[in-house]
Write a protein that binds this ligand. Structure first.
Ligand code: HEC
Ligand code: HEC
Ligand code: HEC
Ligand code: HEC
Ligand code: HEC
Ligand code: HEC
Ligand code: HEC
Length: 549
């Protein structure tokens, strides 16, 4: 208890100073013992920026632990622990931008994937249940808990729709939501119009809260409480924070890092070239095994801060759900490691990659084609773009350097949002000959042009769906239908990639246009094939004699 009190008062004193540099840790004789047993932590802690922070700054209950190792010290995943000293970064992290309305669907008319087309193209996939536009990181946990497609509608905000007026600032999601079906843990639709598509892997992508009890890749291991196959409802009751500080920063060394296992796997895989492996000036990563309770837990320490890789823990295309093996037609379930997979390739390679991995998400309910469900491939799209080629990271436009108004110290704003919120601190740092108004118009024009290309791809796919119906009615052979299904799969990947993405109109417009043109070409080809085959089967119109005058 004495230790806990010490830790708290140290933190409070620091909070009052409001400056991290004033800190000097008191000598701690126990620390040498900690470091002797925890060699991997020692290697991180010694000689690095957090070297003067004693273990008890962040871990309580160490006295008991020294007597019995099975009696664990506390480990806090709360951003508040870091925020006590790093107030500027913490406060900006929970700032929100009201440019987005809570629960605004991507499928509403003026948004990126308007209905009725989207639902027809997605067939019976879960995303027909609710597919929202993204908003500020402060809401990352609550928005997933309450989404109609995630937990069958069982989680609701405590104060109902009043939550929509929330201006952020909250850190723990359980202060905000309640379970309306506390009597069971069944992951199934509990309310009309909902689905229960969330699973444990979704959460490793949002939070580090259960990271210590999760073996590498979510494999089931004795000693690790959770795995890919755990009950999702039980698991998320242990999740309270999203986008924790320790996703991007190692707490012991304060070095930049990544912890998302599927990203570490993708960056170290050699079976298929990735954007990372092909990249000439990539940031190096040292993989360290932190596991200490009989299972492996990997972290990737980066040679230098590289926001592109940090953001790649979440803003990428990934697979986190069951599917089908296209080679065998057999189902792939959560016990298969392919349910936790980052391809880390761009749109030009994505179909090839999933063929290599032999994974498809779902079968289209009309055409029968096996399709890939895309997720927000923001990093892959940005990779090799014009700005990326010049070595500009995501942070230059989404986490600008700003000044603390009181102390005058420069720090990194952790308020990731559209650069329109801070054009002066981002675009205009480099485009010095332009004004804020001009840059906003630049982005807007790229956006509307992109939207028009999406609508063209969708119109062409609508024709293709019509042609499938005609061909099936006419009794076109399975062989021809199969050829058309292959084309549908290409048209789908090269369209949906761009509706799943965020900011792609700006991040890489040339690649978007080339890919959307490929989608149009594939759907047109399918339409032509199906229609010409159907035409052969239609009964020839009887020749009627034209009465002569
Ligand atoms: C004699 C060796 C030894 C010493 C000394 C020691 N630890 Fe540990 N520590 C362990 C072992 C072994 C485990 C894993 C126990 C288990 O299997 O559950 C562990 C676990 C932990 C955990 C993990 C908790 C979790 O939830 O997984 C933390 C944190 C920790 N120790 C911190 C410390 C700190 C801080 C000190 C110094 C005050 C310290 N340890 C001293 C051996 C040691
Ligand atoms: C700034 C806060 C902070 C300080 C200081 C700190 N830790 Fe930790 N520690 C954490 C966090 C957060 C975790 C959770 C794991 C992670 O983020 O990698 C952790 C995890 C651990 C673990 C579990 C390892 C694992 O990954 O399973 C051990 C052991 C540990 N700390 C020991 C120590 C020792 C020994 C010291 C002192 C030399 C220390 N910690 C100082 C924040 C801290
Ligand atoms: C008790 C105060 C304290 C706490 C708590 C604390 N830090 Fe620090 N942190 C410091 C100090 C002191 C420095 C060194 C500042 C310097 O050298 O300018 C630092 C530096 C850093 C840096 C900069 C590293 C660099 O290379 O420039 C990062 C990132 C960081 N901390 C992240 C974290 C995270 C993440 C947590 C929570 C797990 C955390 N800190 C908790 C005091 C703290
Ligand atoms: C998504 C990744 C990410 C998360 C999450 C994150 N940071 Fe950072 N952090 C960064 C990046 C990028 C930088 C800038 C590194 C650079 O340019 O040197 C940074 C820099 C820092 C620094 C160094 C000083 C500065 O302002 O440049 C501190 C301290 C820090 N972060 C603390 C935190 C704390 C505290 C949290 C949680 C409230 C947090 N970070 C969450 C990515 C992240
Ligand atoms: C742990 C996962 C995770 C990491 C790491 C992460 N993000 Fe996010 N990000 C999300 C989620 C989830 C949302 C959507 C939250 C919502 O809608 O409630 C989001 C939303 C955003 C938004 C929209 C904010 C707004 O105001 O509209 C931007 C911009 C963004 N992220 C940029 C970044 C950048 C840049 C990085 C890297 C420095 C990053 N993110 C790292 C998960 C993450
Ligand atoms: C770190 C510096 C930097 C930042 C920040 C930056 N840019 Fe650029 N941008 C460049 C450079 C350098 C070029 C290349 C100029 C050239 O090719 O002549 C460029 C090119 C462009 C182009 C032309 C690309 C093309 O091929 O058509 C546009 C448009 C653009 N930037 C808009 C923006 C906007 C909008 C922002 C803010 C959201 C921004 N930039 C932020 C450095 C930057
Ligand atoms: C050169 C500037 C620049 C860089 C670098 C950049 N972005 Fe963006 N980003 C933008 C612009 C401009 C938008 C579109 C904003 C708009 O239309 O309002 C955007 C939009 C986004 C959005 C959607 C925000 C929203 O609210 O809809 C996300 C998420 C995002 N970017 C993530 C990233 C990630 C991750 C990286 C790095 C891989 C990155 N960005 C690199 C300028 C940039």
């Amino acid at each position: 208890m004495k230790k806990a009190g010490f830790a708290l008062s140290t933190l409070m004193a620091l909070a009052l100073y409001g400056s991290v540099s004033a800190y000097a840790a008191p000598a701690n004789s126990n620390q040498a013992m900690c470091l002797a047993c925890h060699a991997n932590v020692a290697q991180m802690h010694t000689g690095n920026k957090h070297k003067d922070l004693s273990c008890t700054t962040c871990h309580d209950g160490t006295d008991k632990h020294l007597k019995n190792q099975k009696d664990h010290p506390t480990v806090s995943m709360s951003p508040q622990q870091c925020g006590t000293c790093h107030t500027d970064q913490f406060n900006t992290m929970y700032k929100v931008n009201d440019h987005r309305v809570p629960r605004d669907s991507k499928k509403n008319l003026n948004n990126i994937a308007p209905n009725p087309f989207f639902d027809e193209a997605l067939g019976a996939h879960g995303f027909v249940k609710e597919h929202n536009l993204l908003r500020s990181h402060a809401f990352a946990a609550i928005d997933q808990f309450i989404c109609d497609r995630a937990f069958g509608g069982r989680f609701e905000p405590k104060d109902g729709w009043l939550f929509g007026g929330d201006e952020g600032g909250f850190i723990g999601v359980w202060d905000k939501i309640k379970d309306t079906v506390p009597e069971n843990n069944l992951q199934k639709p509990h309310k009309p119009g909902t689905a229960a598509a969330a699973n444990p892997v979704c959460w490793t992508c949002k939070s580090t809260d259960v990271m210590m009890d999760w073996a590498y890749m979510g494999d089931p291991k004795s000693g690790a409480k959770w795995s890919r196959a755990s009950n999702p409802v039980d698991l998320v009751k242990n999740i309270n924070h999203a986008v924790n500080c320790n996703m991007c920063h190692d707490p012991h060394s304060a070095k930049p890092r990544v912890v998302r296992d599927a990203l570490i796997q993708a960056m170290t895989r050699t079976d298929f070239p990735t954007l990372y492996s092909e990249s000439k000036n990539k940031t190096g990563m040292q993989v360290v095994d932190m596991g200490l309770r009989g299972f492996t837990r990997k972290i990737g320490i980066l040679d230098k801060p590289d926001s592109k890789l940090m953001c790649a823990q979440c803003h990428v295309e990934y697979n986190c759900n069951p599917g089908t093996d296209p080679a065998t037609g057999k189902p792939i379930k959560m016990d298969d490691i392919r349910t936790n997979l980052f391809p880390l390739v761009d749109v030009t390679k994505i179909d090839e990659y999933y063929k290599h991995a032999s994974f498809k998400d779902f079968k289209h309910n009309q055409t029968g084609a096996l399709l890939t469900k895309m997720q927000h491939p923001d990093v892959e799209i940005y990779w090799n773009s014009k700005h990326d080629q010049m070595g500009i990271g995501c942070a230059s436009c989404h986490m600008p350097k700003v000044k603390d108004e009181k102390t005058g110290k420069t720090y990194t704003s952790h308020w990731a949002t559209t650069p329109s919120a801070y054009i002066q601190e981002t675009c205009l740092q480099c485009h010095k000959d332009k004004s804020e108004k001009q840059m906003k118009m630049v982005v807007k024009s790229m956006n509307v042009h992109y939207m028009s290309k999406l609508r063209e791809a969708e119109a062409s796919m609508t024709q293709m769906f019509e042609a499938f119906r005609e061909a099936k009615a006419a009794g076109v052979s399975l062989d021809v239908i199969k050829q058309a299904q292959e084309l549908h799969s290409i048209a789908h990947s090269n369209w949906e990639w761009w509706t799943a993405a965020n900011g792609a109109w700006f991040h890489n417009l040339p690649q978007a246009k080339a890919s959307l043109a490929k989608s149009v070409e594939a759907s047109k080809k399918a339409t032509a094939l199906l229609r010409s085959e159907a035409a052969k089967l239609y009964p020839k119109p009887a020749k009627t004699k034209v009465a002569s005058k």
